[in-house]
Design a protein around this ligand. Structure first.
Ligand SMILES: [Zn+2]
Length: 207
């Protein structure tokens, strides 16, 4: 799927919700409304080295308990990412898992991942992360906030440096309740000209 198809799917989903989109998007409540339930699993990352997986037969999302309890901004992204897999890749996963079953466990997931090609995995992973970013940072409100900010500098890129972009990010992180990392990736995608400045912030340059 192309980025534009992923965006269109998110827009369709958000337009079907009963309320106007307010930020931060309540991803867990929306997922539940659609019939997708989230279950924290103790020590998932420590034991299996992945933070989440899904059961496409029951529409369950499993997530590392520690991430869910202690890193909720990351957990929100993980839930959105897995929701995308359930929504758009569920048939592919069902076929890969083999026969229908009400429960799947971590071992089933490990063997499923081992059965697909690295290209397949990469392509689905990228799609799910783009979809998750569009869900948590809905394009309309995201662009409105950043465009308004940019206008306050007379729309001049030369007026904007590390301090200004760092300030913007301070504002956007709580607005969308996402991690700095997820925000950086999305900002660079939507506003490529800010990318270089974000890299400079990340690398700790203070020119
Ligand atoms: Zn994934």
């Amino acid at each position: 799927m192309k980025d534009s198809d992923l965006l269109e799917d998110v827009d369709k989903l958000l337009s079907q919700t009963d309320t106007n989109v307010s930020t931060p998007v309540d991803v867990e409540r929306l997922a539940l409304q659609e019939g997708f339930e989230v279950f924290p699993i103790k020590d998932l990352i420590r034991k299996y080295n992945f933070d989440s997986y899904i059961n496409p037969f029951s529409s369950y999302i499993f997530i590392d308990e520690n991430q869910y309890m202690n890193q909720y901004e990351r957990a929100r992204f993980t839930i959105a990412h897995e929701w995308c897999h359930l929504r758009l890749h569920s048939n592919f996963v069902k076929v890969g898992l083999g026969k229908e079953r009400s429960e799947i466990n971590e071992e089933d997931w490990v063997s499923f991942i081992g059965s697909i090609t690295p290209q397949e995995e990469k392509s689905y992973e990228i799609q799910a992360s783009i979809w998750a970013a569009y869900l948590l940072m809905p394009k309309g409100v995201f662009r409105y906030i950043v465009d308004t900010w940019f206008e306050s500098f007379d729309k001049k890129q030369e007026n904007i440096g590390i301090y200004e972009v760092a300030d913007l990010m301070e504002k956007l992180v709580p607005e969308f309740n996402v991690s700095r990392k997820a925000l950086s990736i999305h900002l660079k995608k939507e506003y490529p000209w800010i990318g270089e400045i974000i890299d400079a912030i990340k690398n700790g340059n203070s020119a």
